[in-house]
Design a protein around this ligand. Structure first.
Ligand SMILES: *[C@@H]1O[C@H](CO)[C@@H](O)[C@H](O)[C@H]1NC(C)=O
Ligand SMILES: *[C@@H]1O[C@H](CO)[C@@H](O)[C@H](O)[C@H]1NC(C)=O
Ligand SMILES: *[C@@H]1O[C@H](CO)[C@@H](O)[C@H](O)[C@H]1NC(C)=O
Ligand SMILES: *[C@@H]1O[C@H](CO)[C@@H](O)[C@H](O)[C@H]1NC(C)=O
Ligand SMILES: *[C@@H]1O[C@H](CO)[C@@H](O)[C@H](O)[C@H]1NC(C)=O
Ligand SMILES: *[C@@H]1O[C@H](CO)[C@@H](O)[C@H](O)[C@H]1NC(C)=O
Ligand SMILES: *[C@@H]1O[C@H](CO)[C@@H](O)[C@H](O)[C@H]1NC(C)=O
Ligand SMILES: *[C@@H]1O[C@H](CO)[C@@H](O)[C@H](O)[C@H]1NC(C)=O
Length: 388
C-alpha cells in the first residue's frame, strides 16, 4: 500500500439501480493478474447514482454501499487516486461526525487485528483546501466482510476500518473512501474475480445538472454524446491512472515551456487541478498578471473576486489517442473561480494549486464521460452532453 495517496472521490447507492448493458468477457483481454479469475459467470454492470457534495463549488460525489451481515449502509466516495476501501467505524476515536460502521454488529466481519493497522496520509483532501503536510491522515485496521455495491455483492472483501483520523476529515458528509486505482483492490477486485468486467465509467456532473453516476463493470452509453477516444497508459503507470500530455494551451495560446511532455494523473478524488509550480505560474501568466499566491493558504493562488468577470481562462490539455490522433481535454472558463477564500470575501481562489505532481481532478472530469479500463490499462473520454 502506498503511504501517500492522492485523495479521492465517490460513489454508490443501493437505490435507483438501473440494469445495464452486459459486456462479454470473452471479447475482452484479461488484465494482468486477473486472467485466471475471469471465468464462470459474468456479472453484469451496475449503475450507482451519486450525490454531489456542493459548497459553493462541486467538491466530491459519493454514494452508499452496504457492508456486513445484516447490511450497514455506508457512504463512500470513489477515488481513482487511491487503492483501498476504508470507512469510519465505531472503533474510531475521531469519527463522531460521520456515520460509522459497527464491526461488532456484523456476523460476517473478520478482524485483521490492530497489529496490522496502518497510518495513511493523502496528498490532496476534500474541497478546495491546500495540500499541506499531514492534514488528511488516518489510521486504518484491516478486516474482511461482505460488501454490496449497487446490485452486486462480493463476499470476503478486504477492507479497512478507520480507527482514528485527523480533524480535516470530520466535515465530510460521507463515511469513507473507496479506492479505484488501476490495480483493483477490495470490492471491485472481488467482483472482477467473480466475473465482472474490469472497467468502470464515471459521469460526474456539476451540481445544477445532478444525476451523477458511476458504472461498475461497464460504461453507460446513454451518458456518451460524441466520440469516445481511448488512450492506453504506459506499462508501468498502474496503480496510477495517468497519461502523458505533450502540451497545455490557455485561451488558444501557449509557450515553448508549456509545449513539453508532462505526466498527468487523473484523480476523481481531487476536486480541482494541481500542477507543479512552474507549470502553474506559466499558465497563470497567460491568464492575468493579477493572479498571485494567497499567502494564508500555501500552494493556492487567488485573484480579487471582482476581476473574474469575463476573464477568459479556458485550458486545453493535449493528449494523443490510440490511433495517434491528438485530442484536447478542455477545462472551460466556468471552472476557474472556486469562490472566496475562507475569511476573505474579496479574494477568490483560482482553480490550479501547486503540488509535486500534475493532477487533473473533477474540474476536468465533470466535462467528460470517463472510462477507466483496468483490463486494457487505458483511459477513455467522451463528451458527456453537459453544457458548460
Ligand atoms: C445512504 O443511506 C442513508 C440511509 O440508509 C440515507 O439517509 C442517505 O441519504 C443515503 N446516502 C446517499 C448518498 O445515497
Ligand atoms: C467489538 O469487537 C472488538 C474486537 O473483536 C472487541 O475487542 C470489543 O470488545 C467489541 N466491543 C463490544 C462493545 O462488543
Ligand atoms: C478470504 O480472503 C482471504 C484473503 O484475502 C483468504 O485468505 C481467506 O481464505 C478467505 N476466506 C474465505 C472464507 O473465503
Ligand atoms: C487520534 O488522532 C488525534 C488527531 O490526530 C490525536 O490527537 C489523538 O491522540 C489520536 N487518538 C488516538 C487514540 O490515537
Ligand atoms: C487543442 O487546443 C489547442 C489550443 O487551443 C489548439 O491549437 C489545437 O488545435 C487543439 N487540438 C485539437 C486536436 O483540437
Ligand atoms: C514527448 O513524448 C513523446 C511520446 O512519448 C515522444 O515521442 C517525444 O519524444 C517526447 N518529447 C520530448 C521533448 O521528450
Ligand atoms: C522552475 O523554474 C525555476 C526558475 O526558472 C528553475 O530554476 C527550476 O529548475 C524550474 N523547476 C522545474 C522543476 O522545472
Ligand atoms: C484578502 O486577500 C487579499 C489578497 O491576498 C489581501 O490583500 C486582503 O488583505 C485580504 N483581506 C482580508 C480581509 O484578509
Amino acid at each position: 500500500m502506498l503511504t501517500t495517496f492522492l485523495a479521492l472521490v465517490l460513489l454508490t447507492s443501493t437505490t435507483h439501480v438501473v440494469a445495464l448493458q452486459k459486456l462479454s468477457l470473452t471479447s475482452r483481454k484479461a488484465p494482468p493478474g486477473y486472467a485466471s479469475n475471469l471465468r464462470r459467470r459474468a456479472l453484469s454492470a451496475t449503475n450507482v447514482p451519486s450525490v454531489d457534495w456542493f459548497s459553493g463549488t462541486d467538491l466530491q460525489w459519493y454514494a452508499n454501499i452496504s457492508v456486513g451481515t445484516p447490511p450497514q449502509s455506508i457512504s463512500v466516495l470513489f477515488d481513482t487516486g487511491s487503492d483501498t476501501l476504508e470507512f469510519a467505524s465505531t472503533w474510531c476515536t475521531g469519527c463522531q461526525n460521520q456515520v460509522q460502521f459497527n464491526p461488532n454488529a456484523s456476523s460476517s466481519y473478520v478482524d485483521g487485528g490492530v497489529d496490522n493497522a496502518q497510518w495513511n496520509s493523502f496528498a490532496t483532501g476534500v474541497g478546495v483546501n491546500p495540500a499541506v503536510g499531514d492534514e488528511y491522515a488516518f489510521i486504518i485496521q484491516p478486516g474482511t466482510d461482505v460488501v454490496t455495491i449497487g446490485d452486486l455483492t462480493a463476499q470476503n472483501v478486504s477492507l479497512w476500518v478507520i480507527t482514528n483520523q485527523t480533524e480535516a476529515f470530520s466535515i465530510d458528509p460521507f463515511s469513507g473512501i473507496m479506492g479505484m486505482s488501476a490495480i483493483p483492490d477490495g470490492p471491485f477486485a472481488a467482483l472482477i474475480k467473480d466475473g465482472l468486467p474490469a472497467v468502470f465509467g464515471m459521469y460526474l456532473t456539476p451540481h445544477d445538472v445532478g444525476d451523477a453516476e458511476i458504472t461498475f463493470g461497464g460504461i453507460d452509453e446513454s451518458k456518451i454524446h460524441g466520440d469516445l477516444k481511448y488512450s492506453t497508459m504506459s506499462q508501468d503507470a498502474a496503480p496510477s491512472w495517468q497519461l502523458e500530455s505533450p502540451g497545455i494551451a490557455v485561451n488558444g495560446k501557449t509557450t515553448s515551456f508549456l509545449q513539453s511532455n508532462r505526466t498527468m494523473l487523473f484523480d476523481s478524488g481531487t476536486s480541482n487541478i494541481y500542477f507543479d509550480v512552474n507549470t502553474t505560474e506559466a499558465i497563470y501568466a497567460l491568464i492575468s498578471p493579477d493572479i498571485e499566491p494567497y499567502a494564508p493558504e500555501p500552494t493556492t493562488y487567488g485573484l480579487p473576486c471582482a476581476k473574474f468577470k469575463d476573464l477568459p481562462a479556458t485550458i486545453d490539455v493535449a493528449f494523443v489517442d490510440d490511433s495517434g490522433t491528438p485530442f484536447n481535454l478542455t477545462i472551460p472558463n466556468s471552472e476557474f473561480n472556486l469562490g472566496p477564500f475562507p475569511g476573505n470575501a474579496t479574494q477568490c481562489q483560482t482553480m490550479i494549486s501547486t503540488l509535486f505532481e500534475n493532477v487533473l481532478g473533477a474540474s476536468l472530469l465533470k466535462h467528460y464521460y470517463s472510462v477507466w479500463d483496468v483490463e486494457k490499462l487505458r483511459l477513455g473520454f467522451a463528451p458527456n452532453g453537459v453544457a458548460e
